[in-house]
Design a binder for this molecule. Structure first.
Ligand SMILES: [Fe+2]
Length: 265
């Protein structure tokens, strides 16, 4: 595959599609806001080399919702890599996402960079956890490519976000992940979703980045569940072959009357 240099990646996360096109999440029709976001992806110049979808792609885990995801994204003609979040059903997802542009690989190279995508979902739970198998596999993949700058992606954040209600559902074994990351200095970035807001944290020369959802936004640093007025968004990452990079969150021009009184996301 021929890639741009520098490599341009779009992280798109927490799309929360339903089987029905017109269903809403706390008042927001998730298919519609996602369609606005896709319009913005179409207009990007240069085009992203690949899309990275970091979980909660479906709200109801139905094959219909994954079929719509493929139908909406495939006309862009950009390869799509993906991982599951707490709302996804990994088995249904793996079976449904069979379009040739949706690639099943969880460790791959693009340009000079290596990507490792982790499954932190736990059946029936909102919080995340990484199994020993998953952690060992990450260690091994990073060990095999010590010269390549690396991006690790998962759905759940490995840090507290200062939102009490949200902090109960972060990755439950962050120290296990950080111990692996610490062994591999080529890791530059850890990417995640789940928190529906922009987040950035530096630890030992690694940058941890959280990205807005394509639908509802959560209010940062809120003790209780609260929606934010920020627009839906996604993240662009520009990756140089020497390991240098920069990133930017893009918001989309989409407004909808939200059900601000709703609780129990
Ligand atoms: Fe989530």
């Amino acid at each position: 595959m021929v890639y741009n240099s520098p490599l341009l990646i779009a992280q798109v996360t927490d799309i929360h599609l339903f089987a029905e096109t017109d269903r809403t999440l706390l008042g927001l029709p998730t298919t519609e806001s996602f369609e606005f976001l896709i319009e913005q992806l179409y207009r990007l110049n240069p085009r992203p080399d690949l899309l990275l979808l970091t979980g909660d792609l479906s709200q109801d885990g139905t094959s219909d919702s994954y079929d719509r995801l493929q139908a909406l994204l495939s006309p862009l003609g950009i390869p799509v890599y993906w991982l599951p979040g707490n709302h996804d059903l990994p088995d249904v997802m793996a079976r449904s996402l069979s379009h040739p542009l949706f690639l099943p690989d969880k460790s791959f190279q693009a340009g000079d960079w290596q990507f490792v995508l982790l499954d932190s979902s736990v059946p029936g739970c909102v919080h995340g956890h990484l199994s020993n198998d998953e952690l060992q596999w990450l260690d091994q993949e990073l060990q095999q490519n010590p010269e390549r700058p690396a991006i690790v992606a998962l759905h759940h954040p490995p840090f507290l976000t200062q939102s009490d209600w949200l902090d109960t559902s972060i990755l439950q074994n962050p120290d296990d992940l950080l111990a692996v990351i610490d062994r591999h200095p080529q890791v530059e970035i850890v990417l995640f979703g789940h928190i529906h807001q922009e987040f950035q944290y530096e630890r030992k020369h690694v940058t941890y980045l959280g990205t807005p959802s394509t639908c509802i936004q959560f209010e940062p640093k809120s003790s209780n569940f609260a929606l934010d007025h920020q627009k839906p968004g996604f993240r662009l990452l520009t990756l140089q072959s020497n390991g240098r990079w920069h990133t930017q969150v893009k918001r989309i021009a989409y407004a909808h009357q939200l059900d601000r009184m709703a609780v129990g996301y």
